[in-house]
Design a protein around this ligand. Structure first.
Ligand code: ADP
Length: 526
């Protein structure tokens, strides 16, 4: 449960970090945009100031020329004014007013009525700008006025003082549109701009789609006593330029990474948990295997003891023979001594010793077979010797049951590395089964063949017995499968034999025909 919380924490932390990075990158972009708008706004204000000052100063220079020449002829003035307007494009018209404020001369002529109207309006204002200009003896500019074109402008009023005596006015009608078209239309400034005077728009260049609330900057501009507010916004071009894919990429990438990290952590922990469970199951399995192996070795031992029982008659006979020889020689011993037949006495003792050795060998073999051999080390032994010692106890029994034993052991068989007692037990079990199979048959034949093929030792045990039905053939290796009477068969012989041969990395196969006989083929690696 705990690691799920950690995985969730990793996810949340990753998501928060990605969000934080996204926010800061966006903020950075916003600041960049703000800086750009600020710089454009400063430049626009500067250019407006310079342009207006320049245009007004230019008109002042024209006035100076008038004063210097102590007034000029109409033609000369007309020419000068037309020429002047050619250069100073922000002026819509220029007028010369006589001392009595009446318009005298005007350029261009077609603007006559409108210029007159504007001048009249200015003269009618509460503060008469014309009087103010005369009083100050300097240039005065009016508040914004609406021109006949619909756009806004202002009047530049210059009092004329040739030889220090007031002699009328020079008035320029200034158009904001004309002024701004000089520099804003050039494309040098591309930020949307609005210029306001006392809450009234006097110039506006805001393209459609401009988000006026975004990054707006206000700037105050004061020229010749007029106060204007300039509003600037970033152009859609600079917004586009400032918006990169980076913040969104960082956010998406960050979210993906944190998702991946938290899932990896979660699955890694899951895998580790499963591994621990598996290790635990493996441990339990090992334990069960050990228990099975233990039970199996106990079973092997008990079936071996059962085989010993099977062989009891043979063993008795085997031991009886040396005992008979010993008893016969012991009986004859005193007779030979009485007859002073020392040679015969020596021979009798030698025979007795030989028979004792034989009996001891049998007992040794029995003891060896009878003990628990499951944990014996594999040892190298003669294949022939191993086969013969398996046959040893049963041969006599076969003979007394009228069973013909056919032996076909290839000469010079190589040594084999195995658990001798266990392989002997397998062969003994197959031979006992063969004996039982021929028990009630007319021809009783049990045979054993042994030969080498490639790097394998092949031992075939066959009989002419009752055979095994096809339906039983795949069951005979199952534990406790027996067709023998209760008390005679345990049903463990073949299953244990199979396990022993498998432990030796060999194989055991069977072929059988009903009422014809059965062959078991044991293959062992050499
Ligand atoms: P058991 O001999 O105690 O019955 P086994 O596992 O040795 O147990 O044999 C299982 C069964 O296989 C036997 O009961 C018998 O039916 C069958 N069987 C084994 N060997 C032979 C054989 N040579 N001929 C016929 N049947 C056999």
């Amino acid at each position: 449960m705990k690691y799920q919380v950690v995985a969730f924490f990793i996810l949340c932390f990753g998501a928060a970090l990605s969000g934080w990075s996204w926010h800061h990158l966006k903020q950075y972009e916003y600041n960049q945009l703000q800086t750009e708008v600020e710089s454009q706004s400063n430049n626009i204000a500067k250019v407006i100031r310079v342009q207006i000052t320049e245009q007004v100063e230019s008109l002042e220079r024209m006035a100076k020329r008038w004063e210097y020449n102590n007034g000029t002829q109409f033609d000369e003035w007309h020419f000068d004014a037309l020429n002047f307007m050619n250069y100073e494009k922000a002026y819509q018209s220029i007028a010369w007013l006589k001392k009595d404020n009446q318009v005298d001369w005007l350029v261009p002529l077609k603007a006559r009525e409108e210029t007159k109207k504007l001048i009249r309006e200015s003269q009618e204002q509460r503060i008469n700008l014309f009087d103010q200009a005369v009083k100050q003896q300097s240039v005065v500019i009016s508040q914004s006025v609406t021109l006949n074109t619909g756009d806004k402008g202002f009047l530049v009023i210059l009092p004329l003082f040739p030889n220090g005596v007031f002699d009328g006015f020079l008035v320029g009608v200034f158009s904001f549109d004309r002024l701004f078209s000089l520099f804003l239309d050039t494309g040098y400034f591309d930020t949307p701009v609005t210029m306001m005077e006392r809450g009234q728009i006097i110039y506006q260049q805001v393209p459609k789609g401009t988000r006026v609330t975004k990054n707006m900057l206000t700037k105050k501009l004061s020229v010749y006593g007029s106060d204007w507010d300039i509003y600037n916004w970033p152009s859609s071009r600079s917004i586009e330029k400032s918006q990169s894919m980076l913040p969104n990429m960082v956010l998406t990438f960050g979210l993906c990474i944190s998702l991946l990290l938290s899932f990896s952590f979660y699955f890694a922990r899951q895998v580790e948990r499963k591994k621990q469970e598996l290790e635990q199951s493996y441990e339990e399995l090992e334990q069960k295997n050990r228990e099975i192996a233990n039970t199996q070795s106990q079973l092997v031992h008990s079936t071996k003891l059962a085989s010993l029982g099977e062989m009891a008659t043979g063993i008795a006979h085997e031991l009886n023979q040396p005992l008979q020889v010993i008893s016969m020689n012991a009986e004859m011993g005193p007779e030979y001594l009485a007859e002073n037949k020392h040679n015969r006495v020596v021979k009798a003792f030698t025979d007795i010793m030989q028979q004792i050795d034989r009996a001891q060998a049998i007992i040794k073999q029995l003891r060896c077979f009878g003990r628990d051999s499951a944990h014996d080390e594999h040892q190298e032994i003669s294949s022939e010797e191993m086969i013969n010692s398996s046959l040893l106890f049963l041969k006599r029994q076969f003979m007394s049951n009228n069973i013909e034993v056919r032996e076909n052991i290839a000469p010079a068989l190589p040594n084999i590395r195995c658990n001798k007692v266990q392989i002997e037990q397998v062969l003994l079990n197959l031979l006992v089964n063969a004996r039982d199979a021929v028990e009630n048959c007319q021809d009783k034949i049990v045979g054993i063949k042994a030969f080498q093929k490639d790097k394998q030792l092949l031992i075939e045990i066959y009989d002419s017995g009752v055979g095994i039905g096809a339906d039983q053939l795949d069951k005979i290796f199952d534990p406790f499968f027996t067709t023998k009477d209760v008390g005679k068969g345990t049903g463990l012989g073949l299953s244990i034999s199979h396990a022993i041969i498998e432990q030796h990395k060999g194989s055991i196969k069977v072929e059988s025909q009903i009422n014809k006989g059965t062959q078991f083929l044991v293959t062992l690696p050499l």
